[in-house]
Design a protein around this ligand. Structure first.
Ligand code: DAH
Length: 318
């Protein structure tokens, strides 16, 4: 570097000398100019050499692509207001990951559906009182924001039925947001999340279904659990069950404290038939349950309304 500075000083001097050409007698000017130019060219060549040599040293190269000096911390752009995933979304991801590890595909539900998928395709007889049990909202056009993720069963069965002919099984879970026109309190929300499961093969049994559900809940709560079932009623399953787990001690439960986690059962032959699947050849089971309830138990939350409250203090707890 010093060498280059010296050469540049010299160049300045030569340029200054050149300015004196005016005082040189006319007949000597050409010779004077030639000599000065030659010296100038020599110095310039030396500068180029010296600069090249400076680049060839072993000095550590600088990564000009690095955004900052690599050892300095990055500037914090938004230190206070960085957003995060909503706790229900984080948990929904955990839920689907557990099912994916068991070999299930994930299909997302839709947020606006119709009478056919909400009721007819699920074997709800026309005018059957069970339709009222779902407290459905309706748009002015007569569409339905789904009251359960079971609205997706018919679509899943139709979309995957080719697998059965190839000797494969249908194994799909459907997470989704659902809506019910009911009074809101600490345990009821008008908007919540569910996850549906659909499994069809030529020889599946209820025992397999209970095995899958037990496995899921034990993975989700990271411990062994006691489970229990009791008879239930859903038009789209026969027989139908309510699936319960005993609230674990670690989560504040006492012995015999069973909580209903989901509805399930063997898929009704009519539901398979409507999707073009032969119920004499194939059997299936399905289940569906609330995600909010699952998460509330995991974190000891007492009020479901926190989830949709937009309360930042609550969200920051996660
Ligand atoms: N859709 C039902 C509900 O929201 C739950 C349910 C019951 C889903 C039985 C199923 C099932 O897939 O087989 O109450």
């Amino acid at each position: 570097m010093e060498e280059i500075q010296k050469l540049k000083q010299e160049l300045k001097k030569v340029n200054a000398e050149y300015a004196g050409i005016r005082d040189i007698p006319a007949e000597e000017r050409a010779e004077f100019g030639r000599k000065i130019n030659q010296r100038k060219q020599e110095i310039l060549a030396k500068i180029v050499e010296a600069e090249k040599a400076a680049l060839d040293t072993d000095a550590e190269p600088i990564d000009i692509t690095a955004p900052t000096a690599p050892n300095e911390p990055l500037p914090e752009l938004y230190p206070q207001n960085q957003g995060s995933l909503h706790p229900l979304m984080t948990e929904l991801d955990r839920v689907t990951e557990i099912y994916q590890m068991m070999g299930f595909d994930v299909v997302e539900a839709r947020q606006l559906d119709d009478e056919y998928h909400m009721f007819d395709s699920l074997n709800f007889a026309k005018e059957h009182p069970a339709r009222d049990g779902y407290d459905t909202f309706r748009t002015e056009e007569g569409l339905i924001p789904p009251a359960h993720t079971s609205t997706m069963q018919h679509r899943v069965l139709k979309a995957y039925k080719d697998k059965l002919e190839k000797g494969e099984n249908i194994a799909v879970v459907v997470p989704g947001r659902v809506y019910r026109n009911e009074d809101v309190d600490a345990t009821h929300e008008h908007t919540f999340y569910q996850c549906e499961g659909v499994y069809v093969s030529c020889d599946c049994t209820m025992g397999q279904m209970l095995g899958i559900l037990r496995e899921f809940f034990e993975k989700y709560y990271e411990q062994k659990l006691n489970i229990r079932t009791q008879p239930g009623y859903f038009p789209f399953t026969e027989p139908s069950l309510e699936f319960m787990i005993e609230k674990p001690k670690s989560l504040g439960g006492k012995k015999g404290d069973f909580l209903e986690m989901l509805g399930c059962g063997m898929i009704h032959p009519n539901v398979l038939k409507m999707a073009g699947i032969d119920p004499t050849k194939y059997h299936g089971f399905a289940w569906g349950g609330g995600i909010d309830r699952l998460v509330m138990l995991r974190y000891g939350l007492k009020d479901v309304r926190y989830f949709e409250s937009g309360n930042l203090n609550f969200l920051k707890e996660f």
